[in-house]
Design a protein around this ligand. Structure first.
Ligand code: HEM
Length: 352
């Protein structure tokens, strides 16, 4: 028994329609099939804030409840999760590649120089994933979990909130090389920072704004030691460091040893998301070289924003929200045949 010509023609038309809609609107496939469809997806990335409205409406509530407990136990955790989102997005896009553990075919980004013994929060992401898998199995991606955790951590630290586009799938690969090449080192010059951000489609404004993430959290001595003892290869301290700040750092971070000792990135309010980070930079008390060069690096636009944010916290909050949305949309996987929703954030599904 064969198919009629008419039947075959309509079958071809329908499949052509699907292929084209997936090719031109890669995020629309799941929206089209699923209940999120009536909402507007971002025209370029296919992400939209209502992505889980029907498939997992309680997703953000679950994230926030785990975060509250984790941050109550360890106040630094908010900072660690905010940073995790940055380190995810800047390598292959926001695809949760940063969460993959070493396996026989994954070389983990966790061993990259900027991440090793430094990046934190993986257990909290695991806890969130576990609870989400119970509530809505195989639905909320690990990349979206990182993005929700970064926003939740900002809010729970007293910072701004934002409408968060969702619907990222996650990658089946990681890039150790990409992590080493793309994550900016702390001794960067302003030109270096601008160039590394530009690679991701982030501009000077985003650099000035997103660096404000350093309003919470800490850095290890190894990342600012050079400023204390040998800033320009002349065995002298960085002359832009305010004196009393320099002496307090010297106590935390001796000339030899103590590389893992820590100091707050924003000494005035280390667990509060506010604009004291920028005030500190103006007072020559920025901790990392990459913080201080935002002001001293002779980029007038960036330096101007540092001054504006130091004066106007609401402006900083507004710009930070916008830049976080922008950073969160770096190269997401949204197409029908792109990426997956991992069951365990540390492993690709095939590994089960
Ligand atoms: C502009 C280029 C950047 C450089 C050079 C940089 C560098 C660093 C370094 C060296 C540390 C300390 C790591 C350690 O000592 O173990 C750190 C911590 C941190 N970074 Fe950045 N970062 C940059 C941008 C960002 C951005 C865009 C965000 C988020 C929007 C961010 C959020 C954080 C947070 C919250 C911490 C503290 C983490 C914790 O306490 O666990 N950073 N960063």
């Amino acid at each position: 028994m064969g198919f009629s010509d008419g039947y075959l023609l309509s079958l071809t038309t329908v499949s052509l329609f699907f292929s084209l809609s997936i090719a031109f609107f890669p995020g629309y496939d799941t929206h089209f099939m699923g209940p999120g469809f009536p909402y507007e997806a971002h025209p370029l990335t296919g992400l939209c804030p209502e992505y889980y409205q029907f498939t997992c409406p309680q997703a953000d509530k679950i994230v926030i409840s785990v975060l509250k407990e984790a941050i109550a136990k360890d106040p630094r955790m908010a900072a660690s999760l905010l940073r995790l989102h940055f380190h995810d997005c800047i390598v292959q896009g926001c695809d949760a590649s940063v969460l993959l553990d070493d396996s026989h075919y994954i070389v983990s980004e966790k061993n990259a120089k900027p991440n090793k013994n430094s990046l934190r929060g993986f257990e909290v992401i695991d806890q969130i994933k576990e609870q989400l898998e119970e509530a809505c199995p195989s639905t909320v991606s690990c990349a979206d979990i990182i993005a929700l955790a970064a926003r939740g951590s900002t809010v729970l630290s007293g910072g701004p909130t934002w409408e968060l586009p969702l619907g990222r799938k996650v990658s089946k690969t990681a890039s150790l090389k990409g992590a080493n090449a793309n994550i900016p080192p702390p001794n960067s010059t302003i030109q270096n920072l601008i160039a590394l951000f530009a690679r991701q489609g982030l501009d000077q404004g985003d650099l000035a704004t997103l660096s404000g993430g350093h309003t919470i959290g800490v850095a290890r001595c190894v990342n600012f030691k050079q400023r204390l003892y040998n800033q320009n290869g002349d065995k002298k301290p960085d002359e832009t460091l305010e004196r009393s700040f320099y002496y307090s750092l010297e106590r935390v971070c001796p000339r030899t040893g103590g590389d893992n000792n820590i100091s707050p990135l924003d000494y005035a309010s280390p667990v509060k998301f506010d604009n004291y980070y920028y005030k500190s930079i103006l007072a020559q008390r920025g901790l990392l070289n990459s913080d201080e060069v935002l002001l001293t690096g002779k980029d007038q636009f960036v330096a101007g924003l540092v001054k504006s944010y130091a004066e106007d916290e609401a402006l900083f909050f507004d710009h930070f929200s916008k830049s976080m949305v922008k950073m969160g949309q770096i190269n997401p996987l949204t197409g029908y045949n792109q990426g997956e929703v991992r069951k365990n954030c540390r492993r690709v599904n095939d590994a089960f």
